[in-house]
Design a protein. Structure first.
Length: 118
């Protein structure tokens, strides 16, 4: 069987550790994170609610994506994938970390594969 060479670029702010099917970890260092523009507008507290915390409504705007390059996939945050999808864009090269893997204390130590939004 012929294997296809590919490159994985991590555009999250953290190292992503992928676990292969055989359980071996593959740590992918972060590159420049892809961020989503965010707009926050203050909102009033619900009637009768006395709180000393700020409340706001958030909306998401533009996101700058790298160009599609054959043989390259990009790991991004779930928020980036959601915003791209909400804009009606489908990029088969964009993935988020898959099912999280935790150690015995519940700390995230990596993920099993990569995922796209359905």
């Amino acid at each position: 069987m012929t294997q296809i060479e590919f490159k994985v670029v991590n555009h999250t702010p953290h190292t992503v550790t992928l676990f292969h099917c055989d359980g071996q970890p593959w740590a992918i260092a972060p590159s420049t994170p892809i961020r989503v523009d965010e707009v926050r507008l203050p909102i009033r507290h619900p009637a009768g609610l006395q709180m000393q915390i700020a409340m706001d409504a958030v909306s998401y705007g533009d996101v700058a994506l790298p160009p599609e390059i054959p043989g390259t996939i990009y790991v991004v945050s779930m928020l980036v994938l959601q915003v791209v999808r909400d804009k009606g864009i489908f990029r088969p090269d964009l993935f988020m970390p898959g099912t999280l893997v935790r150690d015995g204390k519940g700390n995230i130590i990596g993920c099993n594969g990569l995922s796209q939004l359905a």
